[in-house]
Ligand binder design. Structure first.
Ligand SMILES: [Zn+2]
Length: 204
């Protein structure tokens, strides 16, 4: 999706997981929180994202995925952007009931070598437990375990959901129906991002 839009794409999950793999200081701190299904503290995330936004490759716009997740993060992001003389074009909310989230995340299987992602129901590998691309083992990532997903949902409702009002109030929120079929959700996201990009070239 990010290739079609030609915008750099910053997914906090990927940035953090790479840091965990490389056992950097950021990674070691983040891992303790992620393994419990807790949110990584704002200061840690905001620092990592701030560096990327303030780079030449992000000069014409960028997409953030998985950030901000809390009102303080959103405020820190707004402060960083205003420091750079920029602002958000739009915020996408993929709206889905908890049961649907459990079904989708709980069925996810990730390849241990290269992080290729499959789904037992929506995108099963040809051989159970084996990555189609490189033949590595497929596992349930620690944060895709049902007990951890339930904990993440609690965290979501407590800490992330207030952002819906935060951004709706600023007329930035666009809702996408997350209970639709995965391809439909992807199409809808692509359409919404393309429209936002036409408007000014930045999106979250
Ligand atoms: Zn793989």
């Amino acid at each position: 999706m990010q290739e079609e839009l030609r915008l750099p794409y910053y997914a906090t999950g990927d940035i953090l997981r790479a840091a965990v793999r490389e056992e950097t200081d950021l990674g070691k701190t983040a891992k303790e929180y992620m393994d419990r299904g807790d949110l990584v503290p704002d200061g840690v995330i905001v620092g990592a994202i701030g560096e990327r936004i303030d780079s030449i490759e992000a000069a014409d716009g960028f997409i953030l995925d998985g950030f901000p997740r809390t009102v303080p993060q959103a405020e820190a992001l707004a402060a960083k952007l205003s420091e750079l003389g920029r602002e958000l074009t739009g915020v996408l909310l993929i709206d889905a009931p908890d049961d649907e989230v459990l079904r989708r995340l709980g069925g996810r299987r990730t390849c241990v070598e290269n992080g290729h992602v499959f789904h037992v129901e929506f995108n099963p590998p040809q051989r159970e437990g084996v990555c189609d691309v490189d033949g590595s083992e497929l596992v349930v990532r620690d944060d895709d375990r049902p007990d951890v997903i339930r904990h993440r949902l609690e965290q979501y409702h407590a800490k992330t959901e207030p952002l819906v009002e935060f951004y709706d109030h600023r007329s930035l929120l666009r809702r996408v129906d997350g209970a639709a079929a995965p391809e439909q959700v992807a199409d809808e996201l692509r359409r919404t991002l393309a429209t936002l990009k036409l408007e000014t070239g930045e999106a979250v």
